[in-house]
Write a protein that binds this ligand. Structure first.
Ligand SMILES: Cc1cc2nc3c(=O)[nH]c(=O)nc-3n(C[C@H](O)[C@H](O)[C@H](O)COP(=O)(O)OP(=O)(O)OC[C@H]3O[C@@H](n4cnc5c(N)ncnc54)[C@H](O)[C@@H]3O)c2cc1C
Length: 282
């Protein structure tokens, strides 16, 4: 576990809010936007899910007090989706009300495909009452072009990512080339939509395609943002900011770092081998 935590440290801002806040402050100084995530998912206990909602509200207030953006990302299974829709709805509504009071924004992350429809349905319900919420779509899923159209119809801000969960072939493209190609098409659809979205990737080819598309159709740099994960391609993140692009970093912190870390390991075989090699070195 210690070795895995050593690896995890690259991707997380710490285990406590006190550790995470200086990271957010430094990123702000460097010109990055941030979205803070309290790590956790698959909560099956009502009082725990309610406590997570309270914690999100507390952290939003702390961010504001420290002069930082009240922008956070959350997972619905962390807030009771596995227990009941109503519990989850009320928990997130509390957070959205708190965020609205502070001029903040909440992004609902997308989890595995068994949750896609429920997540989208809930986000549409919240958005009709609290407009300071957006969600995420995954280019790997075959259904995503239709989901994007439905969200755009409601003018909901989208974070476009490739998708980090292992999915069956029935619902997702098994070949990375198909995922990348669908990503590129959806990216164009989003940037041209006139609604503010996040293009979340570290893929240089896609980032270049975004720049070209924006230049070709005269879409100004304040109409969308790039989004990346803390600890991945720092060079690219800093270069984009230097070049005058908007970049928001996803900054996770907390004790429940294992599932997040495993997703980061699975994304890149070098990460897996880093852990294995260091294990045998000990
Ligand atoms: C801001 C943000 C929020 C996200 N939110 C969600 C979400 O809600 N739901 C969801 O399913 N997924 C989410 N993801 C993860 C996403 O789906 C991908 O799994 C992840 O971003 C890797 O895909 P990529 O677009 O970077 O492209 P890839 O083709 O996988 O990678 C491109 C390049 O990025 C670098 N890279 C990518 N991943 C790693 C890594 N783990 N370690 C080291 N280098 C790496 C490598 O240089 C690689 O060549 C999010 C990603 C970002 C950036």
């Amino acid at each position: 576990m210690n070795l895995l935590f050593l690896f995890a440290r690259r991707f997380i801002a710490g285990q406590t809010l006190d550790e995470a806040l200086p990271v957010v402050e430094q990123l702000k100084e460097k010109g990055f936007g941030t979205t803070l995530d309290i790590l956790g998912e698959s909560v099956t206990n009502v009082s725990e899910a309610k406590a997570v909602a309270e914690e999100y509200c507390r952290v939003l207030r702390t961010l504001k007090e420290r002069g930082l953006e009240a922008n956070m990302s959350l997972k619905l299974t962390q807030l009771g989706l596995d227990i009941s829709d109503n519990l989850c709805f009320d928990n997130v509504a509390k957070i959205l009300i708190q965020a609205a009071k502070l001029g903040g924004f909440i992004r609902v992350d997308m989890e595995g495909s068994p949750y896609t429809q429920r997540t989208l349905d809930m986000v549409k319900r919240w958005h009709s009452i609290y407009p300071n919420v957006g969600t995420v779509v995954q280019a790997m899923l075959k259904r995503t072009p239709q989901d994007v159209e439905d969200l755009l119809e409601e003018k909901i801000g989208i974070r476009l990512c490739k998708g980090a969960y292992k999915e069956p072939e029935a619902v997702a493209f098994p070949d990375k080339r198909d995922v990348d190609s669908q990503y590129a098409q959806l990216m164009e659809r989003l940037i041209a939509s006139g609604i503010y979205h996040g293009i979340a990737t570290h893929d240089e080819k896609i980032i270049d395609a975004v720049k070209k598309y924006a230049a070709q159709y005269n879409i100004s740099r304040d109409k969308f943002e790039f989004q990346m994960l803390l600890g991945i391609r720092r060079d690219l993140q800093e270069q984009l900011v230097k070049d005058g692009w908007r970049v928001r970093l996803y900054v996770p912190y907390g004790n429940s770092w294992l599932p997040y870390t495993i997703r980061r390991m699975r994304e890149r075989k070098e990460n897996f081998w880093f852990v294995v090699k260091n294990f045998f070195r000990r």
